[in-house]
Design a binder for this molecule. Structure first.
Ligand code: FAD
Length: 301
């Protein structure tokens, strides 16, 4: 068992959690981050970021590394463990798969995880044709045909990245319009190797023993088969808040409800970033929330 008592603990080493920790440490407080994967969170899966002020263009992993470097320069410990439970009596207890930690103030910055299609054989072909990360897996599809499912900014951005690698990129959208930004949509439309399928649903996954070979799609009640080498899925995400099951924290569809200063309904517990119920889920809002949560929490210690 580690020395396990801290004034502040942050759950999640994504951009929001790392920002909160940087603000706390710079205000003179000891803080520890619990992270169960790698620092940076979702941006590790983002090929190109063009809307984060201060950078004309930056890839996600480089931005993650820059923020992580700031965390390291401040000697903020990151403990790589998976949080499975939180309790609050007199103190706040954070239980991981290996240890139990105690803190006076807790900031939850656990973010979101990509949604799956929930179709038969999806799990079987993950890493064998199905991916949720163009940046991680795009290179495996050089000069090949891939489809991108989704209609938001993530789908549009990652499809643009794939146009630089793949022979053909087929955009599959359930509705008539893309929800993402017009500028990204126009860029994609100007790429000759991109084909758009609207009002089209993916209803089945096809493959052989080793890999995905295509998908079954449906448009206006008519089914057809699309032969593919790869399928990239960007259909939204769900908040990582299942570890809150034992505490009476106010959630809305799994997202943590906070006020504008990032207080939850439980004294001493704050939340920030993509795990919070809000309108805009972006890097700018995630870092803003992190700074606010830290500033609020440190004033109230
Ligand atoms: C493909 C894609 C492209 C995007 N492009 C852009 C863009 O161009 N511009 C932009 O502004 N935004 C973009 N976004 C959105 C942006 O990435 C997010 O809004 C932002 O990264 C959220 O940061 P976060 O720290 O709140 O959450 P996350 O990045 O999700 O970080 C949460 C962290 O918590 C950790 N964690 C979760 N549960 C636990 C647990 N139980 N125990 C320990 N650790 C845990 C996770 O491992 C993760 O590291 C994109 C998102 C995606 C998916």
């Amino acid at each position: 068992m580690r020395n396990n008592t801290y004034p502040f603990i942050v759950i999640g080493g994504g951009v929001s959690g790392m920002t909160a920790a940087i603000y706390l440490k710079r205000a003179g407080h000891d803080v520890m981050i619990l992270e169960h994967e790698i620092p940076g969170g979702q941006i590790n899966r983002t090929a190109e970021i063009e809307n984060y002020p201060g950078f004309l263009k930056i890839d996600g992993p480089s931005l993650a590394m820059n923020i992580y470097q700031q965390v390291q320069n401040l000697n903020i410990p990151i403990i790589f463990e998976n949080v499975i439970e939180i309790n609050k009596e007199r103190e706040i207890t954070v239980k991981t798969t290996q240890n139990e930690y105690i803190c006076k103030r807790l900031i939850i910055a656990s973010g979101r995880t990509s949604k799956k299609l929930e179709l038969q054989d999806e799990e079987k072909y993950i890493g064998h044709g199905i991916s949720y990360c163009a940046l991680c897996d795009g290179a495996f599809f050089k000069d090949k045909t891939v489809a991108v499912i989704g209609s938001g900014n993530s789908a549009l951005e990652e499809a643009l990245y794939l146009t630089k690698i793949c022979k053909k990129v087929i955009m599959i959208n359930r509705s008539e319009k893309f929800k993402g930004s017009k500028i990204l949509y126009e860029k994609l439309k100007s790429c000759s190797q991109v084909q758009f399928l609207y009002q089209t649903h993916v209803v089945g996954i096809l493959g052989d023993e080793t890999k995905l070979t295509g998908i079954e799609i449906m448009k206006q009640e008519k089914k057809s088969i699309l032969r593919l080498d790869g399928l990239f899925v960007y259909i939204g995400s769900t908040p990582n808040t299942s570890f809150l099951k034992n505490i009476d924290i106010h959630l809305d569809q799994g997202f943590i409800v906070t006020d504008q200063n990032m207080h939850t309904n439980i004294e001493g517990i704050y939340a920030c970033g993509d795990c919070v119920k809000k309108e805009v889920y972006q890097l700018t809002t995630a870092v803003g929330d992190g700074a606010t949560a830290a500033t609020t929490a440190e004033k109230e210690l």
